[in-house]
Design a protein around this ligand. Structure first.
Ligand SMILES: C[S@@+](CC[C@H](N)C(=O)[O-])C[C@H]1O[C@@H](n2cnc3c(N)ncnc32)[C@H](O)[C@@H]1O
Length: 152
């Protein structure tokens, strides 16, 4: 399985690229996630991981959240039938917003957790932010969203 990381800040991307230099199945794109359809062909990837996306807490900035319905429409357009989004956040408000957005766009949700680290979920891989936030005792929220039928 190959992975592509997308990051819009050059300095952040540079740190990630340096750390991952030895990994043969990981590449990076320096761009804004809102340009996904210009970067990828339809069907070129089939799962998107949103790990601790910026919550954009101010009310007027909700359209920038990566789980805003226009992003979700874009994701399923690119991934096609069987699209998958695996989403984790420490931000309860963003999680509640995202549940509503996925439902409004007819995604099917599963493995929803309101406290991932104290749940039965097996196989979690902690991100850097996750380690930081959970060390302070904050619960981690997680869900899996799928659209349409999975094509094997
Ligand atoms: C809180 S950090 C998450 C770090 C990492 N995923 C983790 O879990 O350890 C959010 C990162 O997403 C990037 N980001 C936010 N919105 C983005 C967008 N629309 N396109 C690309 N990168 C974005 C920010 O620049 C920031 O580096």
């Amino acid at each position: 399985m190959n992975f592509i990381g997308i990051e819009r800040q050059q300095t952040v991307l540079a740190v990630a690229a340096r750390r991952a230099a030895e990994l043969p199945n990981l590449a990076f794109v320096w761009d804004n996630a809102k340009n996904l359809s210009e970067l990828f062909e339809v069907g070129e990837f089939r799962r998107l991981y949103l790990n601790f996306s910026d919550p954009w807490t101010k009310k007027r900035t909700y359209k920038r959240r990566l789980t805003y319905r226009e992003f979700l429409q874009e994701y399923r357009h690119i991934m096609g039938d069987g699209a998958e989004v695996f989403f984790k956040t420490d931000n309860r408000g963003l999680f509640e917003f995202s549940l509503n957005e996925f439902c409004a766009d007819d995604w099917k949700l599963s493995n929803i957790s309101l406290d991932l680290h104290h749940s039965d979920f097996v196989g979690n891989i902690m991100t850097e932010y996750e380690e930081k936030f959970s060390a302070g005792g904050a619960p981690i929220y997680r869900l899996e969203a799928r659209y349409g039928k999975r094509i094997e």
